[in-house]
Design a protein around this ligand. Structure first.
Ligand SMILES: Cc1cc2nc3c(=O)[nH]c(=O)nc-3n(C[C@H](O)[C@H](O)[C@H](O)COP(=O)(O)OP(=O)(O)OC[C@H]3O[C@@H](n4cnc5c(N)ncnc54)[C@H](O)[C@@H]3O)c2cc1C
Length: 386
């Protein structure tokens, strides 16, 4: 079967481009066999490959990635690893408790790997603040606080003054701080995870699977070779339908981020605040923001649905102008700070917000569709499917 669509990499991801090192890719070439092939090198694929490597130290595990690890959605996101779901339900507190437990397992696992392998990714236990600029946003925070109180989860309500002291900007009227989320540099984290794999895991990049033959043994064809394996795991996010599975079940949505240059010392002083923070909008569709440890501001805003995965220069320019306006409105105290990078990335959603983690056919499993919060959910899906 021909795989009907591949990720298009426009090399615009700021987080990846500012990494100090971009070692050359190992590309899959020639013919070979493996015990397991994982397709896709995002949070889900990396977790699946690692876990297989740990559980089956005698097996050969191969991960094939279409582009470069760190240039995918897993390296393009806003860098929150969340413990608490954004949407908490009143009817199903047990479901929320379970999801929180699972997210915390992902955080603990990743945190241990970051420490053990000394992955330099600005890993920070800084928590997150949900921020409101309108009365509707305020009401959303009221609901969230009530649900967190019911669950017995720690949170703090912050007024305008407390928010301004923390963030530097005084454009928010209300906030809800929750301490359990992690902030990080996503491209640094995923490239670091890829470099620290168990010895029996091999990673090949720029090695898109273009065709596959499904029998007792599967044959995967790339542009420079082919590979056979009895078992494969698809960790291919919104491209999974291109393999013939989950058709009409996955909705892909592009979202966009821009990253500034580092603020100089005078600008850091003008911005004020406590540094190293992340905010989540109280209103759906609002702006996510970060101020990183290396003093860059990030804005994540806007959504587009492009079934053919094509984001044009015009789309990007339009979104960037919106980001520039948002930056100027929120941070008028640093008027000379400009964006160095603007990029888009793909999120994969399902109607019931549940990921697909499990068997698709004989010898084929999936860990896909993380519904916009893949750092924790993708990690745990990949690990669970392995
Ligand atoms: C701008 C932005 C901000 C976000 N912010 C956050 C956030 O703060 N926190 C959070 O948790 N989530 C966030 N997300 C969502 C998060 O990034 C995704 O949910 C997560 O990266 C999904 O991980 P994944 O491993 O499932 O998919 P991906 O990272 O997309 O990995 C799938 C991989 O499969 C590969 N692939 C596909 N087809 C083939 C093929 N034929 N052959 C070989 N390889 C193939 C792709 O190249 C890709 O690398 C954000 C997303 C974006 C775009």
């Amino acid at each position: 079967m021909r795989v009907t669509g591949f990720p298009k990499n426009d090399h615009s991801n700021g987080w990846y481009n500012i990494l100090e090192e971009h070692p050359p890719a190992h590309v899959w070439e020639g013919e070979g066999a493996a015990d397991w092939v994982v397709i896709g090198g995002g949070f889900a694929g990396l977790a699946a490959a690692r876990r297989l490597g740990e559980l089956r130290p005698g097996d050969r595990v191969v991960l094939l990635e279409a582009g470069r690890i760190g240039e995918n959605a897993s390296g393009r996101n806003s860098g929150f690893i969340i413990d608490l779901p954004h949407a908490l339900s009143r009817e199903q507190p047990e479901h929320d408790r379970r999801q929180i437990r699972i997210n915390r397992q992902a955080i603990a696992w990743l945190g241990d790997l970051v420490e053990r392998h000394q992955i330099r990714c600005q890993w920070s236990r800084r928590g997150k603040v949900h921020v409101a600029a309108t009365s509707q946003g305020r009401r959303n925070l009221d609901v969230m606080q009530t649900r967190l109180d019911d669950l017995g989860e720690e949170c703090e309500r912050w007024d305008r003054g407390r928010l301004a002291a923390f963030l530097g900007t005084d454009c928010f009227v209300d906030g809800l701080f929750t301490p359990g989320s992690i902030l990080m540099q996503p491209a640094a984290l995923v490239t670091g995870l890829a470099r620290a794999m168990p010895d029996n895991v091999e990673i090949y990049e720029n090695s898109a699977v273009r065709e596959y033959h499904n029998g007792i043994s599967k044959t995967l064809v790339t542009s420079a070779g082919q590979l056979t394996a009895p078992r494969i795991i698809l960790a291919t996010n919104g491209w999974t339908s291109a393999f013939g599975f989950l058709r009409q079940k996955l909705l892909t949505v592009h979202t966009f981020a821009s990253l500034t240059r580092p603020l100089d010392e005078a600008e850091q002083e003008s911005l004020g605040g406590e540094g190293d923070w992340g905010t989540i909008p109280a209103l759906l569709g609002g702006t996510t923001m970060r101020y990183t440890r290396d003093h860059r501001l990030l804005i994540r805003l806007d959504l587009r649905h492009r079934p053919d995965f094509t984001i044009t220069e015009r789309d990007l320019a339009k979104v960037r102008r919106r980001h520039v306006r948002t930056l100027a409105r929120r941070f008028p105290m640093v008027p000379r700070v400009t964006f160095e990078h603007t990029w888009s990335g793909v999120m994969c959603m399902s109607r019931n917000s549940v990921p697909k983690c499990g068997a698709l056919a004989d010898g084929i499993w999936a860990a896909v569709c993380q519904n916009g919060v893949g750092a924790a959910k993708g990690t745990i899906s990949g690990r669970a499917v392995a």
